[in-house]
Design a protein around this ligand. Structure first.
Ligand code: NI
Length: 247
């Protein structure tokens, strides 16, 4: 029994050692496999995160908020050219609703507006309140203005801003122009205080706003350029009103 006991014990020890080795080997290879899976998953996860981040930054770039500056009552022989210099420097296009009478006074300014890519609209021939005149008179005010503008630019006028925001609904079907109102009115024509106009606009400004100003006043022109400098830094993109209407 003793003799046969020793080999049995040795076998048991060998078996135990073998099993231990096997355990260690299997355990380590399993651990390695697990590590590999985890590493692959982490890599995939990181790829997903990177892709998502790239997508978000691309869509943010595409969707910078748009805003439009509109100028009524021009063109002015003195201040519209100053405004145009400032807009050109800043790479900004604006929308100008012109009074027919002023178009005939300053055709060279209208030509420049057109050549520099601004959108030109109609503001009636004599700056009249359309709801206070007959439909025939209103039609003449609008069509005469379209005509004097087209004689200079060679292009049809598609938009108008009714003076005082007064519009006859029936005219919309008969006239070749669409009325464009506004969403921010800092009443720039009531003050020479540029700061007041700038503050009013930049604190109210939101995506797709249409800002109403007048390019026939020095203070309004200065305010417009400061408004652009501030809002461009905030990420706004200045567009002409037709671009806001498409969206
Ligand atoms: Ni006006």
């Amino acid at each position: 029994m003793k003799k046969s006991g020793k080999p049995a014990k040795r076998e048991a020890v060998l078996m135990l050692a073998y099993m231990l080795c096997l355990g260690i080997f299997c355990g380590s290879s399993l651990y390695k496999q697990y590590q590999n899976i985890e590493q692959t998953e982490t890599e995939l996860y990181l790829e997903d995160v990177n892709e998502a981040a790239a997508y978000v930054s691309a869509s943010v770039e595409e969707e910078s908020p748009k805003i439009a500056l509109t100028f009524d009552d021009g063109p002015s022989g003195s201040w519209t050219p100053v405004l145009l210099d400032g807009l050109k420097e800043r790479g900004v296009k604006g929308t100008f609703f012109l009074i027919g009478q002023n178009v005939e006074k300053y055709p060279e300014v209208v030509k420049r507006l057109h050549e520099e890519g601004h959108l030109i609209g109609n503001h009636t021939y004599h700056h009249v309140e359309i709801t206070k005149i007959s439909e025939e008179e209103a039609a003449k005010e609008i069509l005469d203005t379209n005509e004097v503008i087209r004689a200079i630019t060679g292009e049809d006028v598609e938009f108008m801003r009714p003076p005082f925001g007064a519009w006859q609904r029936e005219l919309e079907l008969k006239m070749p122009v669409l009325p464009v109102m506004w969403t921010i009115d800092p009443l720039d024509w009531t003050t020479e205080n540029t700061d007041e106009v700038v503050n009013k606009v930049v604190t109210e400004a939101e995506e797709n706003d249409i800002i109403l100003l007048h390019d026939c006043y020095k203070s309004s022109v200065e305010a417009a350029l400061r408004i652009i400098d501030i809002l461009q830094k905030e990420g706004f993109e200045f567009v002409t009103v037709d671009e806001l209407m498409v969206n």
